[in-house]
Design a protein around this ligand. Structure first.
Ligand SMILES: [Mg+2]
Length: 379
């Protein structure tokens, strides 16, 4: 059994026990990932699309992956859109998707409340249609006022949320009701830059009441990944995303190996500096990595630390990451750089127990940028 087969199998009992993934470094595989995993829990923005536009090649990669038997669960922290709306958006971009392929933090949150409340319980909604529909589908009754007799509060992002509804939520939270937040993302992207997200709006009620939410449904918690596995009856799930601090961290917390794609937020410097609980087990430029085999990263013993991936060869000496041979492609160079940097960081922890962050990485980043095929991720 190869290392990756063992990791895929190990993910099953660890999911049942909710234990974080215990895999260090990048995994290798002689076979394409679609042949090893049965469910990809895939982030959307920065992976399938960026804003309104598809990531180049994403639709074709998804079609080929699903054609090879891999099921997809598109997992989004955005609670304002319904699964129908998200599936429609994906199909407009040419990505084959049904409503059952989409899981929103509103659905995960509604399931968490439905586990704890009798069917038909009233829930005050500080949010919009996506959250109301999710609660209704879970057998709960969304209401808009404390005077309607709610037994819990559910709060999720919606762009038309009013001060009056936030004030009603404040009144309910202050009275001691169970308080669920769909996610704690401080910002949401807009064409004009970052704007307040659900975490910022939760902060308003938190500031006014002195309380924190009792339950948080979205990434980076493990719960949405575990929910995806339950809904799809998956035996060998893989987390896929562009953000180390949400997609990969949440997947690891749920016990899943993770594929980091370089088409979104996290770039080469983020990967090289990643803390152990946010590290992926695979790297690829984009979703085509699902269809590829993944080369081995060999990390040598001792100090200086040396690592190779195919023809790429790097070393860490005295806190400097240097390129001994750039090799044939920038992703292999980044794989080798992560192998060396992570081994070095784990051997040189800072006094507070976190890995040292003082590694100098400019030479590797510059070497990645010299490849014609390197994308904007070489930063
Ligand atoms: Mg993303």
């Amino acid at each position: 059994m190869s290392g990756v087969d063992a990791a895929a199998k190990a993910a099953v009992p660890s999911l049942q026990g909710h234990k974080p993934l215990d895999v260090q470094g990048l995994l290798s595989s002689d076979r394409p990932l679609v042949e090893i995993y049965d469910l990809a829990v895939v982030d959307l923005d920065g992976v399938v699309y960026v804003g309104p536009d598809a990531v180049p090649g994403a639709a074709e990669a998804v079609a080929r992956a699903t054609g090879a038997g891999l099921r997809m669960c598109y997992l989004t922290n955005n609670a304002s859109r319904t699964p129908d709306t998200v599936a429609d958006h994906l199909r407009r971009l040419g990505v084959p998707a049904s409503v059952d392929d989409v899981l929103t933090s509103a659905q995960v949150g509604a399931a968490l409340l439905a586990e704890r409340l009798p069917s038909g319980s009233r829930v005050l909604v500080v949010g919009g249609e996506g959250l109301e529909r999710a609660l209704t589908s879970a057998g709960l009754v969304p209401v808009t006022s404390v005077d309607d007799g709610p037994v819990a509060v559910a709060q999720g992002f919606h762009p038309d949320l009013t001060w009056r509804r936030i004030a009603e939520g404040t009144r309910a939270v202050r009275s001691g009701l169970l308080w669920l937040a769909t996610n704690l993302d401080l910002t949401v992207p807009t064409p004009y830059g970052a704007a307040p997200g659900n975490g910022s709006l939760v902060g308003l009620i938190s500031t006014a009441t002195g309380r924190q939410p009792d339950l948080v449904a979205g990434k980076p918690s493990a719960e949405p990944f575990l929910d995806a596995v339950r809904r799809h009856h998956a035996a060998a799930p893989l987390a896929v995303g562009d953000r180390l601090d949400t997609d990969l961290q949440g997947g690891r917390a749920a016990g899943m190996p993770g594929l980091a794609v370089l088409s979104g937020v996290s770039g080469a410097s983020d990967l090289i500096a990643a803390l152990p609980d946010r590290r992926p087990t695979y790297l690829s430029a984009d979703l085509s990595g699902l269809l590829d085999s993944h080369p081995e990263v060999r990390v040598g013993p001792g100090d200086p630390v040396q690592a190779t991936c195919r023809t790429s060869h790097v070393a860490v000496d005295g806190g400097v990451l240097s390129v001994l041979a750039p090799g044939d492609n920038p992703v292999d160079l980044l794989r080798a750089a992560c192998g060396a940097a992570w081994a070095w960081a784990d051997a040189h922890p800072a006094p507070d127990g976190r890995p040292a962050a003082a590694l100098q990485t400019q030479e590797v980043l510059a070497a990645c940028r010299r490849f014609e095929t390197a994308g904007a991720w070489a930063r």
